[in-house]
Design a binder for this molecule. Structure first.
Ligand SMILES: Nc1ncnc2c1ncn2[C@@H]1O[C@H](COP(=O)(O)OP(=O)(O)OP(=O)(O)O)[C@@H](O)[C@H]1O
Ligand SMILES: [Mg+2]
Length: 265
């Protein structure tokens, strides 16, 4: 099993953005996440891989408290963001989700205009003082998600009228508009064609200069292309975590090796 104590000495505290300690998640009687310990680094893309049902989405949702809305989910242990316990009673989940943004597997634009999809977060969090500032945030976010040129002449049209790949980039623009510190992406390319996938992957590479990105993917090629760190989950356990190159070329655990060579999953 991945030994955090051995790994911890290799990074400085400053690089650590998220630190999970002894995290357990239960859905009723199902023990979905089993004693996970991990440090996720700043300005790094971390890939979560593993067979279907191993707990990738569950653990990802712990990082911005999206599991709060699932009645039967129960979480134990600690998750710290910049050293602060995100499950502390003083933490407002809405504020937390502005700092830890999320992009889901299925593009889910609001039933609003393209402009309002992106402007929504900055508005509710008071990030713009006036319309001009809001316009600027919207443009910057759409440029950042490689969508601006395609939508600049139709900003007031509904977001749901875009193609699937465009909708996903709109959701990424919406997530980056609040200037998050961490971006969680749960299989963001699974509904996209190879061209849109390539655009999102390029975007991820750019976003890494600003924040910590965590991406769940079933594509090992994608994990190898976009990430610097990889975590392999199996049956709720974090089996192995390390440099992406190492995980794919010299896995330490036989379960990781079986998965990446296609024997399980
Ligand atoms: N809302 C829920 N209610 C009850 N059980 C759940 C819920 N969400 C997930 N589970 C269970 O928790 C376990 C982990 O599921 P999770 O969705 O995290 O897996 P995953 O690794 O993301 O899988 P996939 O690759 O198929 O998306 C599974 O056994 C799943 O059935
Ligand atoms: Mg999932």
């Amino acid at each position: 099993m991945y030994d955090i104590n051995r790994a911890e000495s290799a990074v400085t505290q400053q690089d650590i953005k998220i630190s999970a300690r002894n995290v357990q998640v239960y859905y009723g009687d199902t023990h979905a996440i089993k004693d996970v310990n991990v440090e996720i680094l700043d300005k790094t893309v971390t890939a979560f891989i593993g067979p279907s049902g191993c707990g990738k989405s569950t653990f990802l949702r712990c990082i911005n408290r999206m599991n709060d809305s699932i009645d039967i989910a129960r979480i134990e242990g600690q998750i710290r963001l910049d050293g602060q316990d995100i499950y502390d009673r003083k933490v407002d989940p809405v504020q937390l989700r502005a700092r830890v943004g999320m992009v889901f597997q299925k593009p889910n634009p609001f039933p609003k205009s393209i402009y309002d999809n992106v402007a929504y977060g900055p508005k509710i969090h008071g990030l713009a003082r006036n319309k001009a500032e809001l316009d600027e945030i919207v443009e910057k976010s759409l440029r950042g998600s490689a969508l601006w040129n395609e939508v600049k002449d139709r900003l007031l049209e509904p977001g749901t009228g875009l193609s699937g790949g465009q909708q996903q980039r709109l959701c990424i623009a919406r997530a980056v508009a609040t200037a998050p510190e961490v971006l969680l992406m749960d299989e963001p390319c699974s509904a996209l064609d190879p061209i849109a996938t390539g655009q999102v992957e390029e975007l991820i590479e750019q976003l890494r200069s600003q924040f910590s990105v965590v991406i769940v993917t079933h594509s090992m090629q994608q994990a190898a292309r976009v990430s610097q760190k990889t975590a392999f989950f199996h049956l709720g356990n974090l089996v192995e975590y390390g440099e992406t190159d190492d995980i794919f070329t010299k896995p330490q655990d036989s379960r990781t090796e079986s998965y990446i060579s296609g024997r399980i999953g």
